[in-house]
Design a protein around this ligand. Sequence first.
Ligand code: ZN
Length: 377
Amino acid sequence: MRPTLRLGSIAGIPVGVHWSVLLIMLLLGQGLATAVLPAGAPGRSALAYWTVAVAVTVLFLISLLAHELSHAVVARHYGVPVRRITLWLLGGVAELEAEPPHARADLLVAIAGPLASLGAAAVFGAAAGGVYLTGLAPLAWVALGWLALVNAVLAVFNLLPGAPLDGGRVLRAALWWWRGDRAFAARAAARAGLGVSILLIAVGTLQIFWTADLGGLWLILLGWFLFFAGQAEQADARLRGALGGLAVRDAMTPPPVSGYVTQRLLDFAEIAATAPADAYPVLDPDGRPCGLVTLFAMARVPEARRPDTTLRDLRIPLDHLAVLTPDTPLEDAARRVTASRLPAFVLDQGILVGLLTTADLNRTIDLATLKQGRAPS
Ligand SMILES: [Zn+2]
């Protein structure tokens, strides 16, 4: 999830929002201002309802952020780097750059978010109770009560036992601890995630047909999202199961011929034709790798411009590529190659020793699966 807008960083963790968060703010704000608040505390002006609705929506986003920050801070405590936190339509995502090192860490990272939501529910609940007892400001206690309820629902929903929900991670950690096999635990949690997603879609559909309440659409949307996330989770678990214990050197291929930044496209095209590959490294005048040029990009230069085009014009710069070493664990490398969709450079003390492509990864997975003597599950 790429954030549309970066808000800043908290405790050194970049925080951003995706544009779809506006949609949820509008829906929530409108629902609060026109239905929830008028029903709980009737007789106020529209301005009062809208002002409180906006404040409640912002507090809701802050409690979502607290949920994700808790995951992130605990992950970092166990040495897992956190790339960023993004808030979006269906909640928040804390992107971890590696997996927690052991089952206990996996469990604590997973449970931290729902615990934060429960904590927020308790704080808002206590505040709502306090305001209620004073008998003043009924609008405020309805708003605080709503925040308490929503945070409690968030905690419970996230604890449904299917990956990638937090409850799925808890399930994974428990199975990992019990069986001592992380790959098995991850596959089981991903399968449970697909089960949960189908259940949500079914319940949402029933809700629409039986009660004619369109609120069921949210459940269907969530279930649909979880279904695809669960499939990605399953693919990831399979990959990790097959690649565990291997390093980049076990899967990389030697680099094909390289071009130079100053080289003209037409000259390099003749050389490239002799070395079958989809992408070629580009070197700077000192012979250091400085980017990659794809056959696809070369072929798309209009004929009239080809004589004046050099590899400098076509190259994808090095900082857009994953740069690995021969010793990088293949599981981590696979994640980065899949994310960038470009071949990764394998450098050994600054010298290009190989490329790692998705084709290399697929071949390695198939070979590993053959060796294990069972089909991937
Ligand atoms: Zn969470």
